[in-house]
Design a protein around this ligand. Sequence first.
Ligand SMILES: Cc1cc2nc3c(=O)[nH]c(=O)nc-3n(C[C@H](O)[C@H](O)[C@H](O)COP(=O)(O)OP(=O)(O)OC[C@H]3O[C@@H](n4cnc5c(N)ncnc54)[C@H](O)[C@@H]3O)c2cc1C
Length: 375
Amino acid sequence: MPTNVMILGAGFGGLELASSLSERLAGEVEVTLVDQHDDFVFGFSKLEVLFGRQSAEQVRIPYRPMRAPGVAFRQEKVLALDPATRHVVTDAGAYDPDVIVVALGADYDVAATPGFADGGFEYYTVTGAERLRDELRSFRGGRVMLAVLSIPFKCPPAPYEAILLLHDELVGRGIRDVTDMHVVTPQPAPIPVSPQASAAFERAMGERGIAYTTRRRVYGIDPAARVARFKDHDEPYDLFIGIPVHKVPDVLSDAGLAEEGWVAVDPRTMRTGYPGVYAIGDCTETGIPKAGTFAESTAHVAADDIVRSIRGAGALAPGGTGLCYMEFGNGEVGRVDVDFHAAGGPTAPLLGPSSEYVAEKAEFGATRRARWFGA
Ligand SMILES: Cc1cc2nc3c(=O)[nH]c(=O)nc-3n(C[C@H](O)[C@H](O)[C@H](O)COP(=O)(O)OP(=O)(O)OC[C@H]3O[C@@H](n4cnc5c(N)ncnc54)[C@H](O)[C@@H]3O)c2cc1C
């Protein structure tokens, strides 16, 4: 009898896990891959939408052509989950699989920042990126504040990528000299694991006259007065862009899987404390940043452990590795190869930035697309 594996969430982690299990356990597993949406969008494609390089329709990749053997995709919303009995309820039915892998990503808690829903902009959703793109079209200059509203958040480079690309856009429109730009973050540096990448982002912002404040949080905004509220002062803005507060999806807190805020796992196996229940990607707490490349790495660890538990033997991937491409504006992309478990401590050297990595970044997306969707 094949083992029934149900993967909840067809994002970066869920798609990679479904492909891995299909390749490695053909005939030994039946995989059901569930997602509330009928299409997938790469995180980095939201920058494409924001800066009008591609439309929302162009970046959506429909799940339906997915043809991985042994994998059935179902567009259903997960409503409830009992990890102790491995019982899953969706808006279309109920399931009792042998193995559950939770890959539901991170949600946004926009209401956690007073005033943000009414007067702020974000580009972490496709709709938000479209709305900010349209707002930028009518922007004529002023004070732009881009604030990281809490940690952890997805893709640590994304705030810096956006501000550098926005600088280029405003230069191109001839309004950069009438615009002040300011990035605010609670973090001590842009990419704490990579001093080289941090220095490169700080240099790039400095060269472009973009102000940068670390270890400070914006707690809310007052859209009527157009001020951002810090702990001890207010600061005016004309356009406020926030990286929203992130949270674990409610269905996972309701299931009692996220008592510490995110789903606790053993990072060597990606098992939760419940037999036959794994969690991978952004919904987990592994001490590693939230990014597609690390979600992929956790999918490989879980795949190894599932293979090992079905076949009774097999090695485990170390996890904690990833390849990040970072937009620096001016047609340049940098590349960081991160290894959180390197002997002697994490390593994350920066290559570039240069125009040479633009094609490599496109190839990174294209290979995933071909692997997951066969197109
Ligand atoms: C602007 C931006 C730029 C980024 N750039 C990069 C980059 O260059 N490189 C990189 O590695 N990462 C990047 N990321 C981060 C990356 O997108 C995420 O870290 C990654 O997608 C996490 O993968 P995941 O599988 O854990 O979650 P996700 O990919 O978010 O997938 C979770 C899935 O679960 C589904 N889901 C949630 N709740 C339910 C439910 N109740 N029922 C059914 N389905 C549900 C969602 O629809 C979603 O498809 C970027 C993110 C943003 C926002």
